[in-house]
Design a binder for this molecule. Sequence first.
Ligand code: NDP
Length: 444
Amino acid sequence: MSYVDEVYQMVVEKNPAQPEFHQAVKEVLESLRVVIEANEEAYKKDALLERLVTPERQLLFRVPWVDDKGQVQVNNAFRVQFNSAIGPYKGGLRLHPSVNLGIIKFLGFEQIFKNSLTGLPIGGGKGGSDFDPKGKSDREVMAFCQSFMTELNKYIGADTDVPAGDIGTGAREIGYMYGQYKRIRGVYEGVLTGKGLSYGGSLARTEATGYGLLYLTAEMLKCNGHDLSGKTVVISGSGNVAIYAAQKAQQLGAKVVTVSDSTGWVYDPEGIDVALLKEVKEVKRARLTEYAAARKSAQYHEGRGVWSVKCDVALPCATQNELLIDDAKALVANGCIAVAEGANMPTTIEATEYLQANGVLFAPGKAANAGGVATSALEMSQNSERLSWTFEEVDSKLKNIMVNIFHNLDDAAKKYGMEGNYVAGANIAGFLKVADAMTAQGIV
Ligand code: NDP
């Protein structure tokens, strides 16, 4: 059995009931096969892959808090500090009922390569809890966030581990967590990113993942002889990534005709009204039915359906495993030319392979959505310097980073004989830097 297969089998055996983690490891190891096999003896002797797939540290803790009725609630919480070979652990905190250790490990593992691809000195980590902020009062969310940080603060710091937002963790949650960190530790430092502008946040961080997704998509299209302008785009999700992806797509001349949430989706043939979407989702925290009620041209549908709409470009921006093989077939049948992942692992392996086999340009999330973490790293730099850069400065650095990421993965894919396979390119480019740093630092 090859070294890659041995390690994958070990991951499945040692991490039972963590299918998303197995899936993420499989996708990465498969595309690294050619690189590993070229240097197999050395990597194997150093157990480099075993170390890469095993988190440096995993924290599991309970979060007790009191709800508005006076009832004590208990949630499970996690922080997986996966790999610090190239910098302090960096990665978001997900608050969603589906969160478990396997989901956090898949996200943390992906984060290692994503952070490496940005070219910035940040290691990989991820955390979160099965707490659901939806439907909770602000006081309940604060009670949870304070209790969560009361435990987490012991393990994080501006030079050790710098968490950020993710699903369910937006500006409100980051604010409550930051306040509690400062109160307990008594230091004013950039320990979290995604902070509000009045207390150390970076301009353009809110927009960064969605904007970055479009910068990379536009570059990928350009390098393959297409222009984003005039294209029809379908987007899933209606959270932070989806909203700013829609905004930037429209600024670049495309027409975005769908968004979705966990209960339904909207088809708006005249183009999504981003200002209205922001009002419904960011201000009112309401369902998409309110968007459809306020806009004549929009049709609301229950359930899933975004990928059945005819489009040139598809941008999955909601959650993992939301674009399945039948969706991939529908996209290909409808003439879609490019899929770029705003979410983490939204496309199943089977669907990804189908899209690639049918000539669809495919940008994996670890490259395409890296704009969020890249801008978080820019927030860390501004915090260290005690300076704030302008929106234009941050946005232009973000654009450069995304264009560079695309060329890194394009070059890596070409170098290893897989031209146009951006999944392989991303994994290889991300891996080589981390592997080099791990090797140089000895057996740790
Ligand atoms: P938000 O919480 O702001 O939005 C998530 C969106 O996805 C909502 O519309 C939500 O609908 C929908 N959604 C969540 N879970 C499900 C589900 N199980 N089924 C269907 N729809 C679902 O999160 P973000 O926009 O921040 O994150 C979206 C994705 O992007 C995630 O995969 C995240 O890991 C990834 N990402 C985010 C970054 C960031 O900077 N925010 C950076 C890099 C990646 P509803 O409101 O109904 O739950």
